[in-house]
Design a protein. Structure first.
Length: 299
């Protein structure tokens, strides 16, 4: 049996439950065997385009941590092309506490700290196109904290005034976190809200905008700029549109990075078993079809 019957989590997100042999096959061969695999992956692709904007995949706890990474790499590849996350060419990033604060120094990123808040999208430091999707694999969870908070842009946008929406659709400067090529500007100049296939997309991390506009070549943020950013942050803080996810060891999830903002709660590590999610950034191939070459399902 390839998978148990799909389920929905407490937020209504599609949840796929892999049988142990399927998790092992994904790690060993990079394939999901079975006649039902293509249909389930099609369902996952469809679910990603709808609220709440993520899909969970469970069942990897039967694997050792290094094999979890192999299976996670293969799973991520089913949803598109894996892209580099920094100038060093990192494709699988370890999201762990490196003793920094969010946006500290020239290169530290959200993923390098244990602190929470600051709902954002991945790749906010990049020029467009930003990663369309990202995925996480929970190798080890923190004993305290580390839950994900997510807000879908469809719930967020109606809470913004017309003036705020207008300003957020005009460009801001985002700090590149040192990933620019030699001779390039150290900021990415782009709008926070933008068109994404007929719906509203979003790219955001407040700290990167603040640092972007502190560069000598960038104008200082105006009162209107800060009003729009404050309105966005206030809407993101609303409890009634925020969803919470706690991923368990051996669980993966794929997220719509164009429409879903996320952040975690501050966590406290167990020094013997520190929290360790793995992360990929995914760009769907043009014409990507989970029933065809993209799914690499084995019959």
């Amino acid at each position: 049996m390839t998978m148990r019957a799909p389920d929905r989590d407490h937020n209504g997100a599609l949840t796929l439950k892999l049988a142990p042999d399927t998790a092992r096959a994904l790690a060993d061969k990079g394939e999901i065997p079975g006649d039902d695999a293509a249909a389930l992956l099609r369902a996952a692709e469809t679910a990603l385009e709808r609220f709440p904007g993520y899909v969970r995949v469970q069942g990897f706890e039967v694997l050792a941590p290094d094999r979890m990474q192999d299976a996670f790499t293969a799973l991520s590849s089913l949803f598109g092309r894996l892209i580099e996350q920094d100038r060093e060419g990192t494709v699988i990033r370890r999201v762990e506490d490196r003793g920094t604060k969010i946006g500290e120094g020239a290169r530290a990123r959200y993923a390098d700290s244990r602190f929470g808040g600051s709902l954002h999208t991945d790749g906010a430091e990049r020029a467009q196109p930003v990663p369309a999707r990202f995925a996480l694999m929970c190798v080890r969870q923190a004993p305290v904290g580390g839950e994900l908070n997510v807000v879908h842009v469809s719930q967020l946008e109606p809470r913004l005034t017309a003036a705020a929406r207008h300003r957020l659709r005009e460009p801001f400067h985002f700090d590149r976190r040192g990933d620019q090529d030699p001779g390039q500007d150290p900021t990415a100049h782009k709008a926070i809200l933008f068109d994404a296939g007929g719906t509203t997309g979003v790219t955001y991390l407040r700290e990167y905008v603040e640092k972007g506009h502190a560069h000598p070549h960038a104008p200082a943020l105006t009162t209107a700029d800060r009003d729009a950013l404050d309105a966005l942050d206030a809407a993101l803080d609303a409890d009634d549109i925020r969803l919470t996810i706690r991923m368990d060891t051996g669980e993966a999830a794929v997220f719509d990075n164009l429409r879903l903002l996320h952040g975690r709660t501050t966590f406290e590590d167990d020094p013997a078993r520190p929290r360790l999610p793995l992360r990929t950034w995914i760009q769907p191939e043009r014409g990507h079809d989970s029933a065809g070459h993209g799914a690499r399902c084995a019959g």
